[in-house]
Design a binder for this molecule. Structure first.
Ligand code: ADP
Ligand code: NA
Length: 330
């Protein structure tokens, strides 16, 4: 393929992906796969930087891959694979570890946040070097574009620094990727706590809308979504965070601009509005849920698809690694 390369991934750290992953990642990935030679990875090596149950991890990895496909990632057009199936990720990460400064890694704010929450004794060295593994993911595929959320900006900057450092120390090897931060409109917040982004590790179960929720469960979550004391459907992320989040969700899924939605619900209160948001989410998710369950019912076929895609990823990744090993003197 002569198209520019793209790399992105999600951790298999839950049974289901959520509305934030769908809007912030899958919808965009699906659009981009026609114009990029895209590598979409289920990053299980990243997932074990915090303790995982082995049987659950195996199951979640399959489920995550199935949801990629069900949401429209075409494994014949894009390369959809599991990170641990491609040994070059761990191998390149080791080499990059040796050119990463201890102080430089210590400045990563995501590590500082996560390790502060966990405490030093339950924080692994793997979590510390997580951004270096992420750099390896990207650099193995000569990715020129890495679509991520704002929270990942610092990690992509580190990837760029490491690529440039390696190139200047050992000779031209890596393509230096561009940071392509998704627009703020693609960020989805927790339905119960609209000040926090929707996340697999969110605190209130009712605040997270899972892609694989039953339709009745989805409807209930939207019915009890936090709004405010007013009754005006207006986009104002500061004063009306809950309502603005619902407007974003509806706008992204319906393709209708937010001002048009404000007009449509003018004078109608929150009840109708919430019901319609739930409906469009259920409509969007129902076929994906169905397809995911179909794919999971035939694990041999899913494994066959993932195996073929891993072969494709291995071909590209092992060629990059061979160049790296040669340049460092192996
Ligand atoms: P989580 O926070 O649920 O563990 P990840 O960190 O694995 O999610 O993110 C996977 C992808 O989904 C990334 O591209 C990230 O930007 C996107 N993403 C995660 N949560 C949201 C959200 N609330 N809104 C928009 N995009 C999100
Ligand atoms: Na991630």
């Amino acid at each position: 393929s002569s198209l520019p390369r793209l790399f992105s991934g999600i951790q298999p750290s839950a049974d289901s992906l959520h509305l934030g992953n769908y809007v912030g990642a899958l919808v965009q990935w699906k659009e981009m796969q026609a114009t990029y030679d895209a590598f979409f990875c289920v990053v299980d090596l990243h997932a074990i930087t915090v303790a995982q149950d082995p049987a659950l991890l195996r199951e979640q990895t399959r489920r995550t891959a199935a949801q990629y496909i069900a949401a429209g990632i075409d494994p014949a057009q894009s390369t959809l694979f599991v990170q641990s199936h491609v040994p070059a990720h761990a191998e390149l990460a080791w080499v990059l570890n040796t050119i990463t400064g201890f102080g430089e890694a210590s400045r990563m704010t995501q590590f500082k946040d996560k390790s502060a929450k966990q405490g030093a004794d339950s924080t692994s060295v793997g979590l510390f070097t997580y951004p270096v593994l992420q750099a390896a993911d990207i650099l193995l595929y000569d990715a020129t574009i890495v679509p991520v959320g704002e929270d990942q900006r610092q990690h992509i900057e580190l990837t760029r620094d490491l690529a440039q450092r390696f190139n200047s120390r050992f000779g031209q090897t890596f393509v230096v990727p561009e940071v392509s931060i998704q627009k703020e409109s693609a960020k989805i917040y927790d339905l119960q706590n609209p000040g926090a982004k929707m996340s697999k590790s969110g605190e209130s179960p009712a605040g997270i809308v899972w892609l694989l929720d039953e339709p009745s469960v989805t409807a209930k979550k939207f019915k009890s979504a936090v709004t405010d004391a007013g009754r005006e459907v207006r986009f104002d992320p500061i004063e009306k965070a809950g309502v603005s989040n619902l407007l974003t969700i509806m706008s992204v899924l319906s393709g209708t601009a937010i001002p048009a939605l404000e007009d449509q619900y003018s004078g109608r209160g929150y009840g109708d509005f919430k019901k319609d948001v739930a409906e469009i989410v259920v409509e969007s998710f129902a076929p994906i849920r169905e397809r995911t369950l179909e794919l999971l019912a035939d694990p041999a076929e899913l494994d066959r698809v993932l195996g073929g895609n891993a072969d494709r990823a291995n071909e590209v990744a092992s060629a990059t690694l061979a160049k790296v090993y040669d340049h460092v003197g192996f």
